[in-house]
Design a binder for this molecule. Sequence first.
Ligand SMILES: Nc1nc2c(ncn2[C@@H]2O[C@H](COP(=O)(O)OP(=O)(O)OP(=O)(O)O)[C@@H](O)[C@H]2O)c(=O)[nH]1
Ligand SMILES: [Mg+2]
Length: 512
Amino acid sequence: MILWMKHLACCLGHTHCRRVSQQVLHGHGTIFALSSGHGRSGVAVIRVSGPSTSESLRQMVRRIPPPRKAVLRRIYFPQSSEAIDKGLVLWFPGPKSFTGEDCAEFQVHGGPAVVTAMLDALAELPGFRHAEAGEFTKRAYMNEQLDLTEVEGLSDLISAETEAQRRQALRQMEGDLGNMYMTWRRRIIKCLANVEAYIDFSEDENIEDDVLDHARSEVQVMIEEMKGHLHDNRRGERLRSGVRVAIIGEPNVGKSSLLNALCQRPAAIVSPIAGTTRDVVETALNIGGYPVLLSDTAGLRETGDAVEKEGVRRAIERAEQADIKIILVDASKFSSAYTNCDVDKFVRDHLYDLGVMGGTQHDDNEAERLMPDGGDAVQPEEDRQTLLVVNKCDLVPSWTPDFPPGDVATATVSCTTGEGMEHFINLLAERVKRGCGNPLSGNPSLTKARHRHHLTRCVSHLESYFSVEQETDIVLSAQQLRKAARELGKITWKISSEDILDVIFKDFCIGK
Ligand SMILES: Nc1nc2c(ncn2[C@@H]2O[C@H](COP(=O)(O)OP(=O)(O)OP(=O)(O)O)[C@@H](O)[C@H]2O)c(=O)[nH]1
Ligand SMILES: [Mg+2]
């Protein structure tokens, strides 16, 4: 038991030598920035972080306020002693601060002249400089106040535009996702400690016979858990970046009219001339609290026109990448030809006629940037969805649609009169929600291709653990456990490449 404890301590000890501590900060000194938004506002927040923070308080407000208490003070230029403004001042001595360093916050009136005077005054102080984008958060990470998943959650929270995105980001920023990865990592390290103890002391009486069996079954359980997390149909990633919805169909069926109705502005040109839309027209929408990237596309038909041909190619590409395809048809043609039809078959045939195949693999730019070795990070998706929408129902008032139930959801609308639109939007919202899941229930979702990449590699090391161990080379199999733990560590803390850190922090704004 004692030997085992020593091994566990030893293994954990290795993992605590975080490479982050060796990484070079992008610049030292005391940094400051306007953390609230630019432009005129009621209140502006100016943040300071670094070793000379207390000096800024001494020189600009004369006395250092009590820690973590807002005090109302007159604020002065350090050199001329002329007053700049009167505002709230907060002092957060490190390490109990956002960055882990000494920090201060000045809450002043949000006029441009006040803000400029404050920034000029701070710049006069020796060793002070303007912060780079994301530098406060980077210091928090370097000082181990936040792990990388929390940093990413914070970035997503700042960028969140819908309720569901906000919920998912907050959960991640509060550490739910990072904790889950860290718990797996601790469990792997415990298995590793057992296996190493077995290697070193297998003939010793202190080692129980079944340690390897325990490690084996624990690894098996973890592989299943990680695979469950990986095979979530990209729900978290989709919620983070927006559900891609493409409106497709023959020319003149009203695709651009539908896009305009959904976004409530004339984003795309509408005309009775078939072949009006050539390029993809994309607009971001909030549907039921979920983010949607809606695309209007060129009408799909055979054409000799080179420009239209390119439009058709782009439309097909967009349709094949979409999470949800809205197939639009014209009621005046559809009602007579297809009343009481088999909707699923109609949609399959119609897609074929339009030249659109089933879903192809989604290409994620971020995955490419973060995965130079082309890891198999993006899994196939089973749950791409299709909606059949019959437009222009005002042209056939006598027709009552009667769709037999099928896999494909249906709606009948008129973009001109607005008829059926509410039902269609509810249907779309329900499908969008289905594609993203509930960000508050169950385990936190995987939100980034970066996590998927490392987790996939972790699973493959755990699987190799079995194959190598069965070939009775227990030393090599222990190595696989070490590599698996390292991959999980890369998701949260250990990042060997400055390039990857730059990718993560570049999305931040100045002052965060
Ligand atoms: N009566 C009626 N006309 C409609 C309706 N929706 C669209 N239209 C008309 O149909 C014509 C074509 O509409 P668009 O929205 O440009 O159609 P589209 O599918 O984008 O056409 P392309 O870009 O050429 O592929 C226009 O004259 C619209 O005013 C509808 O619900 N009822
Ligand atoms: Mg159009």
